[in-house]
Design a protein around this ligand. Structure first.
Ligand code: ADP
Ligand code: MG
Length: 360
């Protein structure tokens, strides 16, 4: 059902995305796949639907969104998330027995638990075991790190060297990494940074975009049709909410339960609230002292503008000249968090809801 608001788990429930499905399916033997797209555009749904179809018994799904509200991620947090991802899926005695041989691992029944204390388990050991198991079974083990930008907040450990080790040595592992913020590239993977352990490694990149008008209209029509309703106001919905499948799904779900206007208003309000919360979270992170500056940049970019216009707007607000490097670093932070995007020489807000959130 298209208007089911949970993450879609099956290809049957996924609307469109044929190219992305095919690209992901064809990449399941590659060492590294990065799936990028804004929140609620359908990254988790794409990955789960494809893996449930083509690799149902050999993937491990680590949901890093659970750390969204935390200020940092400790080794214990990460190890627990990994433990949960294994316990959620493991039905293989052989994998458990391989894991049981490494330091810091205990098994009870079909549950594995990792220690993070003095005899802490080593991530590389866990990956070694999974790799050996996959080899024995003639499978590829697929490890999903969903919303990996959260790992930028890792304290006291670093996943990247382990990823690089796995990339180079563990031939039966595939990593699928998703990100809804550009930070996943610039601050976490740093694939283009010579200092990064992953520098220069090839990877497959899949970018999910919101639906265009035609797709959004078809999505809504088909969704209502599943409930026996002929829907002819899809263009109005697209006009208000844009093409992000998450918001269209939520609208459809609500419209089946309340009136059209109410469903549209509520969905719009919720989307705008969420975006505002994201802006606030971003601005409130201790190191971002320049909240007025960030807000001013977002305001002037509502209808798109160039670097020089941003600089002038900031200088006008503060009544003094600003260093170019300050302007650069403010813009860069907004780009990293995908609160701003760059199209050619123009900086713009990513979508209409974001514009609504900023205009207020
Ligand atoms: P993300 O992981 O990018 O935040 P999700 O996979 O959680 O996005 O999807 C957000 C919402 O949109 C969910 O309710 C999901 O069911 C719906 N959705 C996303 N993409 C599609 C699609 N292609 N077809 C049907 N529903 C979708
Ligand atoms: Mg997701």
């Amino acid at each position: 059902m298209l208007f089911d608001i949970r993450v879609k788990e099956s290809l049957r429930d996924l609307f469109d995305r044929d190219d992305e499905i095919e690209k992901l399916r064809a990449s399941l033997n590659e060492p590294l796949v990065v799936v990028f797209g804004l929140r609620r555009v359908g990254k988790s749904s794409l990955i789960k639907a494809v893996l449930n179809e083509y690799a149902p018994s050999n993937y491990f799904y680590i949901d890093l969104r659970r750390f969204e509200e935390s200020g940092y991620v400790s080794y214990r947090d990460f190890v627990k998330a990994l433990e949960d991802s294994i316990n959620a899926r493991v039905r293989s005695r052989r994998l458990l027995s391989m894991l049981s041989r490494i330091r810091g691992v205990s098994i009870s029944g079909f549950r594995v638990s990792f220690s993070w204390g003095r005899d802490r388990v080593m991530l590389a050991d866990i990956l070694d075991s999974i790799n050996d198991w996959a080899g024995d079974e003639g499978l590829r083990a697929i490890i999903v790190l969903d919303e990996a930008q959260e790992l930028v907040k890792a304290r006291g450990f670093n996943v990247l060297p382990v990823l690089a080790y796995a990339y180079d040595n563990l031939r039966n592992l595939t990593f699928i990494i998703t990100g809804s913020e550009f930070r996943v590239f610039t601050k976490f993977l740093k694939l283009n940074d010579p200092e990064s352990p992953l520098f220069g490694r090839a990877y497959v990149s899949i970018t999910l975009k919101p639906f265009n008008e035609e797709q959004a209209v078809e999505f809504l029509r088909r969704g209502f049709k599943e409930h026996g309703i002929e829907f002819d106001r899809a263009e109005e919905v697209y006009e208000e909410l844009g093409g992000n499948p998450g918001w269209l799904t939520l609208f459809g779900y609500r419209a089946l339960r309340m009136g059209f206007n109410e469903a549209l208003n509520e969905t719009r309000r919720e989307a705008v609230d969420l975006i505002r919360r994201e802006i606030c979270n971003f601005i409130n992170e201790g190191r971002h002292l320049a909240e007025r500056r960030y807000l001013r940049i977002l305001e002037v970019c509502v209808s798109g503008c160039r670097w020089s216009t941003i600089k002038m707007a900031l200088e006008a607000m503060e009544g003094r000249e600003l260093n170019n490097s300050i302007v650069d670093s403010l813009i860069k932070a907004l780009l990293d968090y995908s609160l701003l995007i760059k199209e050619g020489n123009t900086y713009v807000l990513p979508d209409k809801l974001m514009r609504d959130a900023v205009i207020g």
